[in-house]
Design a protein around this ligand. Structure first.
Ligand code: PLP
Length: 331
């Protein structure tokens, strides 16, 4: 008796047949081989053996989420990329395949669906089916550059509705295998809006993120570093998002900032991006006399943080300056 999660005797595909014939003729160079001990590399075996001999491996001290020191190293790596993540929130697994198993179990019940890009990593079909989850492809299209085909995504979602499948997560591979393409910031904003609406998680596979060819400001280097995702996470944690603008906004001293708030401060030239303003809960401004066009970002942050501290001190009775505090002046 075998489960029916996967077909057990899939027919040999054309590539496998060519590879088998080439191997038999001794003419196969397998570039997918990933066992470093079997591809003719020299490595410091004695040094590795000596390091293992020194390591405290004779004691059994299981750390199911990963060694704390290794998790701290991953958090430090994220910090270098500008992402503040607590090492307590990091879970280490033996491989990304195992991570997919955990994440699909976390997000989906058996019979639910996950959206996976096409073309992409061919193992999604197996990884999802082994968890009793249905993989639904959403198209990537090429017209000089690879991009998400949003019309194709709508079709996939419509098909899921027709067939009664409930997609619980959307996978992005950033950069993608085999196209090598990064997700664009604008694409992630649109995908995260779809995921918000349909209550789907975004799972981002970034195993190739450290290998960009060069800088490109339009792309998402790491999904966790993207403002759209940070805003969703902050809002989920009960934080109000206040975007700073030069005009058409409530003066900061009249906006209540006594509860948890996140302040979005743009650069001097362009201010906060329009899509982020649209995602924020309110706009605030620093009242300035005369035709001021912009304020130095660090200066704006200083003034606003002073105002936040002033309001909080007043709210907790720490100062006599109560008549102008934010709570009293709430509109
Ligand atoms: C998109 C993607 N994710 C993950 C992996 C690696 O998976 P694992 O860590 O399970 O070997 C690969 C390997 O090619 C990949 O292309």
């Amino acid at each position: 008796m075998r489960s029916t999660r996967l077909p057990w005797d899939p027919p040999e595909n054309a590539l496998a047949a060519v590879a088998r014939a080439a191997a038999a003729a001794g003419a196969l160079i397998d570039l997918t081989a990933s066992n470093p001990t079997e591809v003719g590399l020299t490595y410091p075996a004695a040094g590795i053996a000596a390091a293992l001999a020194r390591a405290p491996i004779s004691r059994y001290e299981p750390a199911p989420l990963g060694l704390p020191s290794a998790r701290a190293a991953v958090a430090a790596d994220y910090a270098r990329a500008g992402v503040a993540v607590d090492s307590e929130q990091i879970v280490l697994t033996a491989s990304s395949s195992e991570s997919y198993g955990f994440l699909f179990k976390l997000c989906c019940n058996p019979g639910d669906a996950v959206l996976v890009p096409e073309p992409s990593y061919p193992l999604f079909e197996y990884l999802a089916r082994l968890e009793g989850v249905v993989p639904l492809g959403y198209r990537l299209a090429f017209d000089g550059v690879w991009h998400v085909d949003f019309a194709g995504l709508d079709e996939t979602l419509a098909e899921a509705r027709r067939t009664g499948l409930r997609p619980r997560a959307l996978v992005v591979v950033n950069p993608n295998n085999p196209t090598g393409s990064f997700l664009k910031r604008e694409e992630l904003a649109r995908l995260s809006a779809v995921c918000d609406r349909l209550e789907m998680a975004i799972i981002s596979d970034e195993v190739f993120a450290p290998y960009p060819f060069g800088p490109d400001p339009t792309r998402v280097p790491l999904v966790a570093a993207n403002e759209t995702i940070c805003i969703a996470q902050l809002r989920g944690a009960g934080v109000r998002i206040l975007a700073t603008t030069v005009r058409d906004a409530q003066p900061a001293n009249l906006a209540d900032m006594t509860d948890p708030v996140a302040l979005l401060i743009g650069n001097e030239g362009n201010g906060v991006a329009e899509d982020l303003i649209a995602k924020s809960d309110a706009k605030i401004t620093i009242p300035c006399p005369g035709p001021v066009e912009s304020l130095n970002a660090a200066m704006a942050a200083t003034v606003l943080l002073y105002e936040v501290a002033r309001q909080r001190a007043a709210a907790s009775g720490g100062t006599k300056d109560r008549q102008t505090n934010g709570r009293g002046a709430r509109r």
